[in-house]
Ligand binder design. Structure first.
Ligand SMILES: Nc1ncnc2c1ncn2[C@@H]1O[C@H](COP(=O)(O)OP(=O)(O)O)[C@@H](O)[C@H]1O
Ligand SMILES: Nc1nc2c(ncn2[C@H]2C[C@H](O)[C@@H](COP(=O)(O)O)O2)c(=O)[nH]1
Length: 302
């Protein structure tokens, strides 16, 4: 089995030579241009200060994701939202989990956990080998994030309680996994398998993973490239503008043109708030206020 996999990977890497989708750089082998629904809530030790039972109360909480290209400013914007209203809870993208895969994650295990690898780095270094593995893990970690019950303070607060997730199980599939498939970094078999379990899980979890709205932070890929450079995340050193162009197109097809084939009824009708993320808001209180007002109006209309 390992041999088969090895042969497949070798074949894919040979095929990638001269493939404009996969350009080797010094630091990386990739530029990869080429509600009010009723929800059952999970309760876990880490959710002690979270609502764990009453459905009627928690159905008040709306759930929204922030979507957008790499380095468009999602985390920065999420921090702004977090400080703007105590009825809003921002749930960050679980990127640190991808950067630090832990061994021995079984509950009750006595041996201490150890970092085994950085899957984000591996995916950028060898996308043919690691993209499918990456998408299984990113999707599972997003699922966990989306299943988090809202903190109790959200329900005590005045105003409209909202959980805001940075990306979602939907962008996992309709932006990244789809893009990797189109770039041949995910094989047709892997894509078929991914789609099968993704649909199964999303349908099984039903209302628990549904969203009421999406905030789309939109900016030209060149602006994202500039910000990606200034952020300087080590794993992203080899990312090229061409890759951000492709991801931008996927966002546009899904959220603006609505031409991406979707497989979940509620998602087809989901309200989208589009914001011009190319504007600098951190140093401009007026722009910040405008954004917050738009978001408030959007949330109250969901
Ligand atoms: N509106 C903005 N104007 C100028 N710089 C921004 C803006 N939003 C984010 N940045 C900067 O761009 C970089 C990427 O932002 P970040 O929030 O980490 O993006 P994302 O979470 O979408 O990957 C950071 O260095 C951040 O300070
Ligand atoms: N191949 C994938 N890469 C992903 C996915 N989700 C995020 N990412 C990458 C993109 C960035 O390098 C980093 C964090 O993203 P930000 O936009 O928050 O900076 O992780 C994915 O599903 N597949």
């Amino acid at each position: 089995m390992r041999l088969v996999r090895f042969a497949f990977v070798r074949q894919m890497s040979l095929l990638s030579i001269g493939n404009p989708a996969i350009v080797s750089t010094k630091s990386s082998n990739i530029d990869m241009a080429g509600n009010s629904a009723k929800r059952r809530l999970t309760s876990s030790p880490s959710s002690l200060s979270r609502i764990s039972s009453s459905e009627d109360v928690t159905t008040r909480v709306k759930r929204v994701s922030i979507e957008g290209n790499i380095a468009v400013g999602k985390s920065t914007f999420a921090r702004l939202l977090q400080s703007a209203d105590e009825a809003w809870e921002v749930v960050p993208e679980p990127i640190s989990k991808w950067q630090s895969i832990q061994s021995g994650t079984t509950k009750g295990e006595s041996s201490p956990q150890q970092t085994v690898s950085n899957l984000l780095h591996m995916m950028y270094q060898d996308p043919q080998r690691w993209s499918y593995t990456f998408q299984t893990y990113s999707c599972m970690s997003r699922l966990r994030t989306q299943l988090q019950p809202p903190p109790a303070r959200l329900l005590r607060s005045e105003g409209t309680p909202v959980q805001v997730f940075e990306r979602s199980v939907y962008s996992d599939r309709y932006i990244f996994a789809l893009n990797m498939f189109e770039l041949s970094c995910i094989s047709p078999t892997e894509w078929a398998v991914y789609q099968d379990w993704h649909s199964f899980l999303v349908e099984q979890f039903g209302h628990q993973v549904e969203l009421e709205g999406i905030i789309y932070l939109r900016a030209p890929p060149s602006k994202c490239m500039e910000r990606l450079g200034s952020r300087g995340r080590a794993e992203e050193k080899g990312v090229q503008l061409d890759y951000l162009d492709k991801l931008h197109t996927q966002h546009e097809r899904w959220l603006i043109e609505k031409t991406t084939e979707l497989h979940f009824e509620k998602l087809k009708r989901i309200p989208v708030l589009e914001l011009d993320a190319s504007v600098e808001f951190e140093s401009n209180p007026e722009v910040r206020e405008q954004f917050i007002t738009k978001v408030k109006n959007f949330f109250s209309g969901l």
